[in-house]
Design a protein around this ligand. Sequence first.
Ligand code: ZN
Length: 106
Amino acid sequence: MRNYVMIQRPSLPADMRAAISRLDAHADEAIINEYNAQCRLGFTGVYAQAIHVLALHQQLKRRFGSGPLSITDNALLTLGGCVAWGGTGWLETHCSDCQCGLNNAH
Ligand SMILES: [Zn+2]
């Protein structure tokens, strides 16, 4: 699935902090590769996976000023497509050749 609705459960802030800090030591390319792996998989409906995808997004946002995930009304998460390492940050890529099925038009 391309979309996931994040329920604002009480543990969310702590879950997010833990998920983000687990990724602190990961190299930029590793974060991007993992984001793309999740993009190909899509949202499965499992809360812990959505937290992981959101944490990858927050790591990219923290490092480069923006993240690849669309977040609507602070709750609806939308995968836009795979990203690539551009030397100084992440870039949107063409998904027509990849397995994620999102067919990103960028
Ligand atoms: Zn893709």
